[in-house]
Ligand binder design. Structure first.
Ligand code: SF4
Ligand code: FES
Length: 247
């Protein structure tokens, strides 16, 4: 395949940045999107140019690092996959592909296609955990009965990989889908009950302080989420928040 890539280049957080055009040839449909980026970067390095900075780690849909906005869609045109799982066969020979970083105030660009998502880490640090006594007398989690439906819903919420596509695809740059998945996975289990009220209040407070926008129920986040995290988690988090407020 022969393609024209239009890629966001930005030297640093304070650089204005611009779209730069790169023609590329001999791209195989079985390559992943990131392998195609590797080919381009090898060419740039060989010609003495600065390679394009982009995030990646596991390259198998687990870590949530690969955060690219491709042709106006978070993680590109395929559904239920991350950028690293996207194949070049989803594009046509001769196509022009636009590649941009996540765009959100709470995700400032560090360089080129790399954004700072430490705001997600701070939200998690404010409540996305269960405090456990590790004295040696800890009850094994499997010894505590959990209704099957709750276990299934908690597991589904726990599949959120923290990629940030929900924020990038939301016109308000809201982080509600991410935060609600993290609140839900613990709120649904007995182990998460003890700190449930503090957790939801603290995580929502931190989310707001980090500059994420409000949810207006447009549902773009659910459509673009590579893990199919449901909007039902937002409804559950709102219920958790209301009940925590009146406690
Ligand atoms: S809710 Fe989905 S889109 Fe948002 S961070 Fe989690 S996996 Fe990514
Ligand atoms: S590189 Fe880990 S999810 Fe894409």
């Amino acid at each position: 395949m022969k393609l024209t890539l239009k890629i966001w280049r930005q030297k640093g957080p304070n650089d204005k940045g611009q779209m730069v055009t790169y023609p590329i040839d001999n791209i195989d449909g079985d390559m992943s999107f990131l392998e195609m980026m590797d080919v381009l970067n090898n060419q740039l390095i060989e010609s003495g140019d600065d390679p394009i900075a982009f995030d990646h780690d596991c390259r198998e849909g687990i870590c949530g690092m690969c955060s690219l906005y491709i042709n106006g869609e978070a993680h590109g045109p395929d559904r239920g996959v991350t950028t690293c799982q996207l194949h070049m066969r989803k594009f046509s020979d001769g196509e022009t592909i636009y590649i941009e970083p996540w765009r959100a105030k709470a995700f400032p660009v560090i360089k080129d296609l790399v954004v700072d998502r430490s705001s997600f880490d701070r939200i998690m640090a404010s409540g996305g955990f269960v405090s456990v006594n590790t004295s040696g007398n800890t009850v094994d989690a499997n010894a505590i009965p959990v209704p099957k439906a709750d276990a299934d819903n908690a597991f589904e919420a726990a599949t959120c990989i923290g990629c940030g596509a929900c924020v990038a695809s939301c016109k308000n740059a809201s982080a509600m889908l991410f935060v609600s998945a993290k609140v839900s996975q613990l709120a649904l289990l007995p182990q998460g009950q003890v700190e449930a009220a503090d957790r939801v209040l603290n995580m929502v407070k931190t989310m707001d302080e980090e500059g994420f926008g409000n949810c207006t129920n447009t549902g773009a986040c659910e459509v673009e989420c590579p893990k199919g995290i449901s909007l039902e988690n937002i409804a559950r988090m709102n219920r958790e928040y209301m009940s925590a407020m009146v406690k």
